[in-house]
Design a protein around this ligand. Structure first.
Ligand code: GLC
Ligand code: CA
Length: 563
């Protein structure tokens, strides 16, 4: 088994816009991250992924890049980033940047050239196509839908043709078939690795190739979203192999691809198998939607499908038990808050700690999303104008079309799934604006900051924050470092829908991880186990009866057992 520094790391994801504001404009900035490095170091993480801070018109909060070599003015300067990287490295913290390969902003100079004429040298940097005639009118080349609603083509008058954009109109897709595009992006990567970053989270990486331009059949939608048309197609792997050879490997860079909900396990293995020479690992979203999120309208009625969740984790853990590695994360900047998704608002501390343990004891590299360590929650949206996120607005419009008389329903549905839930201001303390900024923030902040904040939890040894700190410490520095990092994973009692139990084993060390997913008291039979120690738990003093352990609501416990 090959060992790498990033397998032994614990990551933390930062959404710079909402992390911490230092120059009093109500928007988070790079200096804010710099000032909080000691905080992150105290928490114990040693790897930070920072969402995009490139120069951008911010149609999609920075994923629409206007200049790959420039820091956005709202976030600071390249000198600020220099300071940040240097101090992080002094503290032993590695930095991973977001690398957006699939598209640029429509304000990127390449696109401005590309759209200007059909024979412009940059024309072929993007994907252009003529419209087609349908019933005597000109329409998009295909009926394919985009992720943010509407067609995945946008018409451009100058050359009377359409360009592809699977996200927003302001995010034209790059044409990866063009070798010049491949080489340009390799140069961008080199520039940042030379600057000193340690690797990349690669955005939307599964979408770099396109299927034949044939309409999606059999949908009642005008622009059906069928992501197979632009996901996990064969050429993506050629592009990644080239990037690996010319960029990732020479720099020994860590690469985590976002393959999202579109990649099956077999596809994921193609991206991240050790023998594939493509990426170090890939993020998937299969465990993010194991509840009725896509049917329910009332947040209080979300119900976790524990069996489905367990099966999902098990599938990925089993598939990657050798020959590859997994990141472990509960959420990111595109998902609802963990506490609102799988937590129990009646038992926030217990369920929050249990969820943390359940994930952090698995095999892989954990990533904490900002605010997760204090149990931040979804935002109570009251109006469609509360949404900042382009895709939340699109969801609202789409849902309203379904029930034009019921805007309340449309708002509720869009709110539950909204990416803005994870993008509210980080709750540092109970001073005005959550200690995020000293002026009224440009971004949303949740009023519950008075109760849920970092300062509070640092003072309280029993807090969720301290539980996360302990989990990280166990993984990174305890005698159980090896088994937690490299041990095998074996799930038990897979049919139970109230508890999630698994073992980790390495040489003569064995851990038994037991997590209750219910408010009810339940038992777990420990016959055959000889218990040596309790590594971490969310209740004091475990309760045993005969050979059984009695689990209180959301009780979670990691036992060291004799092999
Ligand atoms: C990824 C990002 C998301 C962004 C999209 C387009 O899914 O995580 O935030 O909107 O790519 O770049
Ligand atoms: Ca600022």
């Amino acid at each position: 088994m090959q060992k790498k520094w990033w397998m032994e790391s614990v990551g933390y994801q930062i959404y710079p816009k909402t992390f911490y504001d230092t120059n009093h404009d109500g928007i988070g900035d790079l200096n804010g991250i710099y000032e909080k490095l000691n905080y992150l170091n105290d928490l114990g993480v040693n790897l930070i992924w920072i969402c995009p801070f490139y120069d951008s018109p911010m149609d999609d909060n920075g994923y629409d890049v206007r200049d790959f070599f420039k820091v956005s003015e709202i976030f600071g300067t390249i000198e600020d980033f220099r300071k940040l990287v240097d101090k992080a490295h002094e503290l032993g913290i590695k930095i991973v940047m977001d690398f957006v390969l699939n598209h640029t902003s429509d304000e990127h100079p390449w696109f401005i050239e590309s759209k200007s004429s059909k024979d412009n040298p940059y024309r072929d940097y993007y994907i252009w196509h003529e419209g087609k005639e349908k019933d005597g009118v000109k329409v998009e080349p295909t009926n394919w839908g985009s992720f943010f609603g509407g067609s995945c083509w946008n018409y451009d008058e100058i050359t009377d043709s359409y360009y592809m954009k699977i996200f927003s109109n302001k995010m034209p897709d790059l044409n990866w078939k063009n070798e010049k595009v491949q080489d340009e992006m390799i140069s961008v990567g080199k520039w940042w690795l030379d600057f000193g970053v340690d690797g990349f989270r690669i955005d939307a990486v599964s979408h770099l190739d396109r299927d034949e331009y044939i309409d999606v059949e059999g949908s009642k939608d005008k622009y059906p979203l069928d992501w197979h048309k632009f996901s996990n197609l064969p050429k993506v792997h050629d592009y990644l192999k080239k990037m690996h050879k010319e960029l990732f490997k020479p720099y020994d860079a860590l690469t985590i691809g976002e393959v999202g909900g579109s990649a099956s396990i077999d596809q994921a293995k193609k991206y991240a198998g050790f023998d594939r020479n493509e990426l170090s690992m890939v993020f998937n979203f299969d465990h993010n939607w194991c509840n009725n999120l896509f049917e329910v309208t009332n947040p209080k009625k979300l119900k976790t499908n524990v069996k489905q969740l367990k099966e999902t984790f098990n599938r990925w853990q089993e598939a990657f038990k050798e020959g590859g590695w997994l990141p472990l994360n509960w959420l990111n900047h595109d998902q609802p808050r963990l506490m609102s998704q799988y937590g129990d608002y009646k038992y926030p501390i217990e369920s929050g700690k249990m969820l943390a343990t359940a994930l952090h004891m698995m095999r892989g590299t954990p990533f904490i999303y900002q605010g997760e360590e204090i149990g931040m929650t979804n935002y109570p949206f009251e109006d469609v104008n509360d949404f900042n996120d382009i895709s939340s607005k699109a969801t609202y419009t789409y849902e309203l079309e379904k029930t034009p008389d019921d805007s309340v329903r449309a708002l509720k549905v869009a709110s539950l799934r909204s990416r803005d839930n994870a993008r509210t201001a980080m709750q540092w303390d109970d001073s005005s604006y959550a200690g995020f900024s000293d002026v009224k923030p440009e971004v949303l902040y949740h009023e519950n900051y008075k109760k849920i904040n970092v300062e509070n939890q640092l003072l309280n040894q029993n807090s969720l924050w301290h539980h996360y700190q302990k989990l990280i410490d166990l993984r990174r520095h305890s005698n159980y470092h090896d088994v937690i990092t490299y041990g095998t994973y074996h799930q038990l009692d897979i049919d139970r829908d109230d508890i999630y139990v698994y073992e980790r084993l390495l040489n003569n060390q064995k851990l038994l991880i037991i997590n209750s997913f219910t408010r009810k008291k339940v038992f777990y039979d420990l016959t055959g186990y000889s218990i040596e120690d309790v590594l971490i738990s969310n209740y004091k003093n475990q309760k045993y009866k005969d050979q059984k352990i009695m689990l209180r609501p959301y009780e979670s416990i990691v036992l060291v057992v004799k092999e």
